[in-house]
Ligand binder design. Sequence first.
Ligand SMILES: [Cu+2]
Length: 158
Amino acid sequence: MLKMFRLVMVLFAASYTALAGAADMGAMVMHPWVREAPPTAAALGAFMVLQNHGAKPLVLVGAESAAAGEVQLHRTVMADGMAKMIRQNSIEIPAGGQVEFKPGDYHLMLMKPKQVLKAGDKVGITLKFKDGSSLPATFEVRAGMAMPMNHGNMHSGH
Ligand SMILES: [Cu+2]
């Protein structure tokens, strides 16, 4: 009986560590927001400043949200005056550093949104790291600046 109890305690401790890992390692999400888009939008951009207060590099490898069918890591780059979104397999945040996810640069892309998100709504997104840890954060939907961020054929607004 005692042996069983110990086993349960060990399992509980292990799963707790996995859940809390990213925060323990120093990952911190600042200013998380999702850009409001027309109800017909096939994807929405999500932005934040991801800080790493830890002593080791932090590698973001994905994200998930109950509000979207899939969450991808993207980076917008300019090529011949055209904005193009390139999917990223991972984004590294150096030890003691930060990466800014912002329009026209790195961002999270909420694919196949499951509901219409309006300014003021809250969206939960869980960040997934290479070491198996994860970090949930609450993103607020806001009306953003108009930027050429559509999927498919994209043109610079200038
Ligand atoms: Cu994108």
